[in-house]
Design a protein around this ligand. Structure first.
Ligand code: IPM
Ligand code: MN
Length: 368
């Protein structure tokens, strides 16, 4: 997909790399934040000398209500052929909970085997946190959430549904292969991140004595190959407590799908809210997907008040993943400049600027 172009009038050849990126704006405020993200990514690409070809897909609640389709096979096939997916939000108030989440978002994660959900919890300068006496030097860790197994696997069923003897089962699936690849990724990531070189396993070994026993044994086995990484363990309930009381204890946390879902919403709040929380669904050998973690925020839809920074930061994670770390760092620096000097708040409607103005401010800061 790289195109070679000869510079006019010279013998020197420069390679202009064009990335083929799928875009799923999705539901609610998804299209508004993705629009700003694309704007910023294009500005960063121009700055670093590469280009992006966007391939748009109208998956989401509106299409489902019109056609009954969630994720058609033909679309899935096309997504597999692009280099990454940039997603806004999935979830529609007129669609029964679970239909779009399972049918689109989780199906994408599973079908594309995006087995890591990487969620940085980083408080940027100038951003308000509900934790008194904590600042950017205390809140800077990343959660590595397993993304294809656990309680999300969809294994279970009903007996006597609706009756007085009803039984509902939902089984947590934990395979050695699935746990090991996640844990291994987390060790590698901790080493590469190279901040405090500390990896904490978050589980519930005192109650989930099968599933989390497996996690702990795998964690301890893999740890032997990473003597340079300090290891630690916390139960998930205590993890929530320490995330509020001493967030500076954490560098990287690895955990299962359900616990990762829960603790990353808590993480989002201490880093300034859903307006800034970004995540990456990674398949290191395949097609990865990048999204703000906040959801479709129906009540703010179409008002140009939602904060696009989470989508912009997810875009930066995508560029980093695609091998453009300079562009990713430039976006992060620009976002920090905007949060520390321009925004009144990160909350929707309270930023002191509209959604599109915040995108413009980040673009302007990129050029500065
Ligand atoms: C998230 C979301 C999803 C999840 C929902 C929408 C299915 O909460 O990305 O954290 O539970 O994984
Ligand atoms: Mn969640």
């Amino acid at each position: 997909m790289a195109t070679q172009t000869a510079k006019q009038g010279g013998s020197k050849r420069t390679a202009t790399r064009t990335y083929q990126i799928s875009v799923i704006p999705g539901d609610g405020t998804g299209p508004e934040v993705v629009r700003e993200g694309c704007k910023v990514l294009e500005a960063a690409a121009a700055r670093e000398g590469f280009t992006i070809a966007w391939h748009r897909y109208d998956l989401g609640g509106t299409r489902y209500l019109r056609t009954g389709e969630t994720l058609p096979e033909s679309v899935l096939k096309e997504l597999r052929d692009t280099e990454a997916i940039y997603l806004g939000a999935i979830g529609h108030p007129d669609v029964k909970p679970g239909v779009l989440e399972r049918g689109i978002l989780l199906r994408l994660r599973f079908e594309l085997d995006q087995y890591i959900n990487l969620r940085p919890v980083k408080l940027y300068p100038g951003v308000w946190t509900p934790l008194r006496d904590k600042g950017p030097e205390h809140i800077n860790f990343t959660v590595v959430r397993e993304n294809t197994e656990g309680l999300y696997a969809g294994v279970g069923g009903f007996l006597h549904r609706g009756g007085p003897d009803e039984v509902a089962l939902q089984t947590s699936v934990n395979t050695r292969r699935g746990v090991e690849r996640c844990v291994r990724f987390a060790f590698d990531y901790t080493r590469k991140r190279n901040v405090r070189r500390k990896l904490t396993l978050c589980g519930k070994t005192n109650v989930l004595t099968y599933a989390h026993d497996l996690w702990q044994r795998v964690f301890e086995d893999v740890a032997k190959e990473y003597a340079d990484i300090q290891t630690d363990y916390v139960h998930v309930d205590a993890c929530c407590m320490w995330m509020l009381k001493n967030p500076e204890w954490f560098d990287v946390i690895v955990t299962d799908n359900m616990f990762g879902d829960i603790i990353t919403d808590l993480g989002a709040m201490i880093q300034g809210g859903m307006g800034v929380a970004a995540g990456a669904n990674l398949n290191p050998q395949g097609v990865s997907m990048f999204e703000p973690i906040g959801g479709s925020a129906p009540k703010y839809t179409g008002q140009d008040v939602i904060n696009p920074l989470a989508a912009i930061c997810a875009g930066a994670m995508m560029l980093e993943h695609l091998g453009q770390p300079a562009a990713a760092e430039a976006i992060e620096r620009a976002v920090i400049q905007v949060t520390s000097t321009k925004l009144k708040s990160l909350a929707a409607g309270a930023m002191g600027h509209s959604t599109s103005e915040v995108g413009d401010l980040v673009v302007a800061a990129l050029g500065a």
